[in-house]
Design a protein around this ligand. Structure first.
Ligand code: ZN
Length: 340
């Protein structure tokens, strides 16, 4: 099921490692995790010491109890990302056609992978953080989720999978970070090479589902900082934000979101067809609704009330919708696209 990411050839495999038949590079298999990463990366939710304590606790009392107590105290967001039942809705457009093989790229602790495991025959859960994958591995064993394969890897422009391999690819809150893991390429080249690579590993007719933020989302238009911690950062010209970011010692500005038109262009120009945008309300990690943005405007306005918006906001959203602007300013998008 793998190719060596270095030379894109099927590797020789033993119990303990995969070996590239061309260049001889070895990739270790440890604790059931296929490790293609050269560097171990962590995202700093927990220190190594904390993570050891959490894993010990999961072993001792089971993952649900460990999350409810140990992890909840330290970082409730992580618990929500793993256990919130609304996570299922965030991938509803992709689980609507179940069966086959799916790649959860940037799976984190595997909250989405677990949802997908209920709908797909095989789930490849991939993340750059070995520690997050270790948590998912414990959950997998305790839940008997044998259809999840765990892969540690970071470079989306060199995936360790053969051509035409997946029925679906899912990226939840990941697309904007891809240029960070390919520091030598421009942002445009980085995003293009990653999308072409996702297209390569998809079967013809396969679909990709991406949940991400809107560069012109109303939160950013109102000055809410993005990952760069700079107010209005996404809304300003990128070169300017890049200069500000460097001047403040935060390095180049490479965590990038696109606009309503920008996402459609990004996917279409990299060979995807039937690109459709959705609006996850309220927020893409744990949404209550996933609303197609190509629906008839009046139909959408008619439903806004039931999405929990108050009267003043409803009036504003209705006006924006009548002007055809609503799809451009919603905070986040789901992008569904197909490989021809
Ligand atoms: Zn090689």
């Amino acid at each position: 099921m793998f190719v060596a990411p270095c030379c894109r050839r099927p590797p020789a495999q033993t119990d303990r490692y995969l070996e590239c038949v061309d260049c001889g590079r070895q990739y270790v298999i440890e604790d059931g995790i296929f490790k293609f990463n050269v560097v171990d990366s962590t995202h700093g939710e927990f220190s190594k010491e904390e993570m050891r304590e959490i894993l010990t606790r999961i072993d001792k009392v089971g993952w649900r109890e460990a999350l409810r107590t140990e992890v909840q105290q330290r970082n409730p967001r992580v618990v929500r990302l793993i256990t919130d039942p609304r996570r299922a809705l965030s991938v509803a457009p992709i689980t609507a056609a179940p069966g086959g093989r799916v790649l959860d790229f940037g799976c984190g602790y595997g909250g989405i992978s677990m949802v997908l495991a209920g709908s797909f025959h095989e789930v490849v859960a991939l993340d750059e953080s070995l520690e997050r994958l270790s948590v998912l591995m414990h959950i997998k064993h305790q839940e008997g989720l044998d259809n999840i394969t765990l892969v540690c890897h970071h470079d989306a422009s060199h995936l360790p999978f053969p051509n035409d391999h997946f029925d679906a690819v899912v990226l939840v809150g990941v697309l904007e970070y891809l240029p960070v893991s390919i520091p030598l390429a421009s942002i445009e080249v980085a995003h293009d090479s990653c999308l072409l690579e996702f297209r390569r590993v998809l079967k013809p007719g396969g679909r990709i589902w991406v949940l991400t933020k809107n560069r012109f989302g109303w939160q950013f238009l109102q000055g809410q900082p993005d990952h760069s911690q700079i107010r209005f950062a996404p809304v300003l010209p990128r070169r300017l934000t890049d200069l500000i970011s460097r001047a403040r010692g935060r390095g180049p500005y490479r965590i990038i979101n696109y606009t309503f038109g920008g996402y459609r262009r990004l996917f279409a120009s990299n060979g995807f067809i039937d690109v459709r945008l959705y609006w996850p309300i309220a927020g893409y990690q744990t949404p209550d609704h996933i609303v197609p943005l190509d629906a008839q405007a009046m139909h959408r306005v008619g439903h806004l009330g039931s999405y929990g918006f108050g009267q003043p906001k409803l009036a504003l959203l209705g006006t924006l919708d009548r002007l055809g602007l609503l799809p451009w300013v919603v905070p986040a998008y789901g992008v569904l696209a197909h490989k021809p």
